[in-house]
Design a protein around this ligand. Sequence first.
Ligand code: NAD
Length: 317
Amino acid sequence: MNNDRRKVVLIGTGMVGMSFAYALVNQGGICNELVLVDVNKDKAMGEAMDLNHGLAFAKSNMKIYAGDYHDCKDADIIVIAAGVAQKEGETRLDLLQRNTEVFRSIITPVVKSGFDGIFLVATNPVDIMTRVTYELSRFGASRVIGTGTSLDTARLRYLLGDYFTVDPKNIHAYVIGEHGDSEFVPLSQVMLATKQVSEILSDPRNSYTADDMNKIEEQVRTAAYKIIEAKRATYYGIGMAITRIVKAILGDENSVLTVSAKLCGEYDSRGVFIGVPCIIGRNGVKEVLELSLTEDEKEKFRSSAKILDESFDGLKM
Ligand code: NAD
């Protein structure tokens, strides 16, 4: 990892990729070199021009240009947002085989370039595409990360903050499991500051209910479908989530984020890439945090992991 020059290569300059790039430029100071790569070279070039024209208004300077796989050699992070976007009514798992072929055409030249940094995958179905990246690259598991349930967790904290009328930053809660239909919120782990929310719910003096918690969980689970119905795709939120993870890596923050990481015995699972809280620093996943789940929550986690394992096993690699 080069601390003086922090270089990010973005592969896939569509809505998600460029929302990330735009957030990166506007937040400033996270990296100082950004390379845009897309199968559509004109698109990458146009996007680089457009971003460069805003640099005079940005917080800090950055070198931004359209590039190629050769530019990956000395990069710190490769962000992958290339692929086909989820269509209305289509599940994330439906996208799997199509995107696996796209990934083969990306990972092979990236590895060939001599790249030895960290892969960060956003393409859906993200847990499986992260595992595909791991298999194709043969990198160590700590250096292959997916955005996992980081966005879902942000959505959850926003909704809970709204419900309890508390700053979302003081809500500690995670969405874990597949970034998709089998994801869930372990209620036993939801805290308002250091107070257990389950304790608040069982206090007869207030009007908060477990039923409302279930509704919020459902809102989080169906958020992407709702946004896609309304405006065809989701991109700003995920763009900011990618920026947050990149910042945690390049800043060696050791921040806890719910990324898609490989499990090696944690949560009684092995081999699967799935959304779990992890400590993220300069070398990627420093540690997978194992939450003390209830028996019911453990069962939900196991069935989510099973869905991901089965989809991966059905893949032609
Ligand atoms: P998009 O269609 O706008 O952009 C995809 C880009 O990938 C296009 O510019 C396309 O030219 C490029 N591309 C396609 N094949 C390529 C290849 N072989 N090499 C290089 N580039 C290639 O789609 P989008 O809305 O930006 O979505 C991108 C991905 O992000 C989708 O898989 C979508 O489902 C996913 N997504 C993930 C999350 C999440 O939480 N992880 C949230 C929203 C969207």
